[in-house]
Design a protein around this ligand. Structure first.
Ligand SMILES: NC(=O)c1ccc[n+]([C@@H]2O[C@H](COP(=O)([O-])OP(=O)(O)OC[C@H]3O[C@@H](n4cnc5c(N)ncnc54)[C@H](OP(=O)(O)O)[C@@H]3O)[C@@H](O)[C@H]2O)c1
Length: 312
């Protein structure tokens, strides 16, 4: 059903414009009243003069020799002047109330601006803080990213109970294991703790050594890379498709969760006097993919097996 009726008038004038119109109307009224006052003053003045001179009202009443109507007209003139000043000087533009309102509006507007600036500033601050936090964790993240771009392998020789060293040295001498180690790591980056590095008489040939230490000014022969964390070490080896973690105990412990592969030489003996150990391997996370056993002989005091594990 179609309804007929008056269409509601929608004002196209905004609040500020409306206010200006209202003030202008007020101003016109003020001026009109002043104009009426002026006309009344003129008529009144003429009437007072006539009352005195023609009608003879108060003819005899003079102050300092001047007729009373002169004082009356001067007094009215002052009142008119006051009215004039009030309209044209005191309320020169739109009146004091209007000015006050405009000032308050301006203050509110500026406050909004300040609030917005503060908000933006806080946003920027939190962005900077976030960036800082991201850069702090970036190196750690790189270590994990590394896993996707290249393979990281632990190489270790460990006894049956995971013994790997004593007095910052190996507990056994197995020449075929050393050959195995050399063959695996030849041409690659080898990452090690500072103590393991110091257990070598000199850097191993044809390998890039990355030494991890907390010391800030640790001195090494030229060609050896020094870093202050495992993550930085992995990062330094990022272009090597096959970097190796070669010990010792502290570094193995930290690296085990990060590596993809374990190359373990299992020495089939126990070493009660060992002081350094490989961490326990959770076999549910690792799959044995190859195993080669060497018996003990005149060159090897212990039998041992080369075992390769891949992360499941
Ligand atoms: N059987 C094997 O296959 C095998 C292989 C390698 C080593 N080993 C044996 O293992 C023993 C050495 O192992 P270890 O555990 O005593 O020492 P390590 O792991 O070789 O080195 C420990 C040192 O590495 C630095 N380090 C460790 N974690 C760090 C981190 N998160 N950030 C910065 N620096 C860090 C510290 O150096 P600073 O003190 O300078 O800060 C720390 O003292 C020796 O007996 C060695 O012969 C055996």
């Amino acid at each position: 059903m179609i309804m007929f009726g008056k269409k509601k008038q929608v004002s196209t004038i905004d609040k500020d414009q409306l206010e200006l119109i209202e003030n202008a109307q007020k101003r016109i009224k003020q001026k009109k009243r002043l104009y009426i006052h002026f006309v009344l003053f003129l008529i009144g003045a003429v009437f007072l003069i006539l009352a005195n001179t023609v009608l003879g009202i108060g003819e005899m009443f003079k102050i300092a020799g001047i007729d009373w109507f002169v004082y009356a007209i001067v007094a009215w003139l002052f009142i008119f002047m006051y009215h004039f000043v009030n309209v044209f000087i005191t309320n020169k533009f739109m009146g004091k109330d209007w000015e006050k309102q405009q000032l308050e509006k301006l203050v509110r507007k500026q406050q909004k601006g300040i609030d917005k600036l503060t908000e933006n500033f806080l946003k920027k601050e939190s962005k900077i803080a976030k960036k800082q936090a991201i850069s702090d964790t970036k190196t750690e993240t790189k270590a994990l990213e590394q896993k996707n771009t290249s393979e990281l392998t632990i190489v270790v020789a460990a006894g049956e109970q995971n013994a790997i060293g004593k007095d910052n040295d190996l507990i056994w001498h197995l020449s075929d294991d050393l050959k195995h180690f050399k063959a695996l790591t030849n041409g690659h980056h080898i990452i090690m703790g500072r103590k393991t590095f110091e257990s070598f008489p000199k850097p191993l040939p044809n390998r890039t050594h990355i030494v991890i230490t907390r010391q800030k000014d640790y001195k090494v022969p030229s060609g050896v890379i020094v870093v202050n964390s495992l993550a930085d070490a992995i990062d330094a080896a990022r272009y090597d498709k096959q970097a190796f973690i070669i010990g010792g105990g502290e570094i193995y412990k930290q690296a085990l969760p990060l590596v993809d592969k374990l190359e373990i030489t299992r020495v089939h003996s126990t070493f009660g006097d060992a002081d350094t150990f490989f961490p326990e391997i959770d076999l549910s996370q690792w799959q044995e993919v190859s195993k080669t056993t060497h018996n003990a002989d005149e060159k090897h005091a212990h039998s041992f097996s080369f075992i390769t594990y891949l992360r499941t």
